[in-house]
Design a protein around this ligand. Structure first.
Ligand SMILES: Nc1ncnc2c1ncn2[C@@H]1O[C@H](COP(=O)(O)OP(=O)(O)OP(=O)(O)O)[C@@H](O)[C@H]1O
Length: 207
């Protein structure tokens, strides 16, 4: 489903990614692991087009992954920790907006299900800026529950989750893979990696 070839990216003349090759098939979770600063987030950002690679090719199926295309935006869900939050919309209103933007059937039911699954029902009328850090992370994950996708990219989705939350996260990722979707996740938590059944890709380089 996702095919990355020769991805290279540097900052200020300092190379970070130097020819990364990566495949993520439908039905699998791939975990990008490696030390702080090795380039996991940079790889995800370049793949999804949030950053421009210096070299390399990113294919979604047979075509270049291009988030200017509506069908690509529908297929690819990125949870990269840079949620574009509208400060005066509540958690529930954000999710509702997202569901409607993706023209899902019965958005109210989808949003209710996501609030329940992410366990943020009790804070659904709060503004995002008032959430605890773990609740904010659950809210970020809930954005992936109210819209269709076939490829999920998530940058350290385990961050700030409690033990139970990290266990749930691993199972949730595994469930999507079992349903035939593809997941690429940068992750520092071995337990999440294990529970998600991820294939591990280790990034190595100068950090
Ligand atoms: N916009 C930028 N300008 C300059 N350097 C950058 C920029 N973005 C990332 N870097 C550098 O690129 C390197 C890779 O960063 P990146 O965030 O991809 O690492 P990471 O593997 O995700 O790390 P972590 O595990 O800490 O999240 C780091 O040395 C970082 O400082």
């Amino acid at each position: 489903m996702l095919s990355v070839t020769g991805l290279a990216k540097g900052f200020g003349g300092r190379p970070v990614l130097q020819g990364l090759d990566l495949e993520v098939a439908a039905g699998e979770v791939v975990a990008l692991v490696g030390p702080n600063g090795v380039g996991k987030s940079t790889a995800l950002r370049c793949i999804v087009g949030a950053d421009t690679p210096d070299e390399g090719e990113v294919l979604l199926g047979e075509h270049r992954l291009d988030t200017r295309q509506p069908q690509t935006r529908r297929a690819v869900c990125a949870v990269l920790g840079d949620l574009g939050i509208l400060p005066d919309l509540t958690v529930a209103e954000h999710l509702d907006l997202l569901a409607r933007g993706h023209a899902v059937e019965d958005p109210a039911a989808i949003v209710a299900g996501a609030l329940d699954e992410a366990q943020i029902e009790h804070v659904c009328d709060q503004l995002p800026g008032t959430l605890s850090s773990g609740q904010a992370q659950r809210f970020a994950l809930a954005t992936a529950m109210v819209r269709p996708w076939t490829l999920l990219l998530a940058d350290e989705p385990e961050q700030r989750l409690d033990d139970a939350g990290r266990g749930w996260l691993g199972d949730w990722l595994a469930g999507h893979a079992a349903a035939g979707r593809a997941v690429l996740v940068a992750c520092h938590d071995p337990e999440v990696v294990r529970r998600s059944g991820a294939r591990i890709v280790t990034l190595e380089g100068d950090v």
